[in-house]
Design a protein around this ligand. Sequence first.
Ligand code: GTP
Ligand code: SPV
Ligand code: MN
Length: 621
Amino acid sequence: MSVSVEVPAPTSNRELAGWVKEIAALTQPDRIEWCDGSEEEWTRLTNLLVEQGTFTRLAARPNSFYATSDPSDVARVEDRTFICSEREEDAGPTNNWIAPGEMRETFGELFKGCMRGRTMYVVPFCMGPLGGEISQLGVEITDSAYVAVSMRVMTRMGDRALRLIEERGSFVKAVHSVGAPLEPGQEDVPWPCSSTKYISHFPETREIWSYGSGYGGNALLGKKCYALRIASAMARDAGAARKAGESEGRANEGRSKRDHGEGWLAEHMLILKLTPPSGEARYIAAAFPSACGKTNLAMLQPTIPGWKVETIGDDIAWMRFGEDGRLYAINPEAGFFGVAPGTGEVTNANAVRTLWGNSIFTNVALTDDGDVWWEGLTKEPPAHLTDWKGRSWTPDSDEPAAHPNARFTTPASQCPIIAPEWQDPKGVPISAILFGGRRATAVPLVTESLSWEHGVFLGANVASEKTAAAEGKVGELRHDPFAMLPFCGYNMGDYFGHWLDIGRREGAVLPRIYYVNWFRKNADGTFIWPGFGENSRVLKWIVDRLNGEAKAVPTPIGLLPADLDTEGLDLSEEDLETLLSVDRDVWREEAALIPAHFETFGSHLPKELWEEYNALVDRLG
Ligand code: GTP
Ligand code: SPV
Ligand code: MN
């Protein structure tokens, strides 16, 4: 750690040193601190956050802290998130776009002096195991100690990442400010932020600039901003460079040589390891939109005897082809930034056990004896709480005690079922990919795709009811292709094409693709499928299919289970029938929604997806 605006940067990477100097000149912080990732630093910064009133130390959990945000800063701000590609067309119809020149001009003004009165933290980090071939490096400059300590949980942060940056030379530049400069003598607030917000990405120069928010997805820039938006563009460019004979086009400045091998995938996916009672372990990746069950599935406790699930990752997967033609996935993160409400002994005991200490809790409720609570943690709420807005709360209160998007930040290594190979730099070979979302109607419990192309078609048509993970109206149905709608760093039509290209790779041994839906509802609005641990029945069917041991029935939309294991399940015949059948009339209506969705991508939509659409319409008759 070194403190001062004057001291030379503790790095031999001149580009990094120069950039830090440049950002400091622009933002004018009182101090600069280079984060080393040490225990000492964590203790000092968490103490500082307690002193400042951002953190409350939890009496009931070692080395753990409670924070509440400004009530206006609780989720990702999708309408303030921008892809600043040179050409608007490259951002595509699903992203907000601002021309990079214009955005830089705005930031030149906005960031001028924005760190006055604050400390600027320089946070070197590595996404993925340190030194791994698939891993990537970055540096986040931030004026928030909350962000610096959170990055230590969520990424491999500090000296070792800095040494790798010096070895490799290249890194992604990420600048973050809460946008709340302090005048001399002005007192700080526990959660500084600004009503002006920009979460901006420059895919061509691999830069991220974020202003005005302290919330995870807006401020921990290694996560969604880098590991999905920037990384998806890197992954596409790698394939594009290959296609262009590795010579021209996008092979320019700011890109590492490693980008020019072969296309890869940066996805909003959990990774789990599933071991049958007898037999070979399989690795499965699954993409569901935000707050639709990734963390829960990643940590699932099977209800069927003898089956074992272990966790590799709960939110993001990077996948590359191995020499054997299989797709190998790593979890680029080191921690879980999980939805608290609904996480309890019954639904996700493994997450609850992960949270024993060394964790940060944001926008949950505080108990009178210095612990945390949220809806669903226990069946009965405590008699008295302090809610996330700091108000006295009892079970009679009108509002929930925790914000619906309250989150925990916790080290992945603490998960009792973390797979021993979760940090293997080579990654794990993926056998199946699942897509899914929240659908009260129409969509069966599980459908197997007919081919890779059909699987891509299913991914392109993911639709889900909106959740509290982003600002906006909860419950509205929206298309969320591949669960990547808010996270794709380039034209989503081209992204579909990239997935099709992956399938055409010579010698590829591709995962099979499935579509799942845990959220089918009865007329009275209750979930039909019990979900959570019972989802292991669906995973079992999938693995049995991969092994050629389970039967499927062909339907117009794909293959449905003929022999799902329902032993001991408390579900009526009628409900099972609803979950495992296809209503042609309903599906004709579903199919009728596809053309308008596809047309938004214009000429960027691969023709193969129109062919899949036509084939579906034919099969529906
Ligand atoms: P992000 O971190 O936002 O990407 O979310 P996620 O996809 O990891 O979602 P998570 O697993 O945290 O689940 C979000 C909410 O869905 C929680 O309140 C869960 O209790 C609920 N949920 C998860 N799995 C199931 C399920 O199988 N059935 C039902 N009914 N609810 C579920
Ligand atoms: C999500 O919203 O998908 C999350 C939380 O996983 S955030 O990091 O805020 O994006
Ligand atoms: Mn997520």
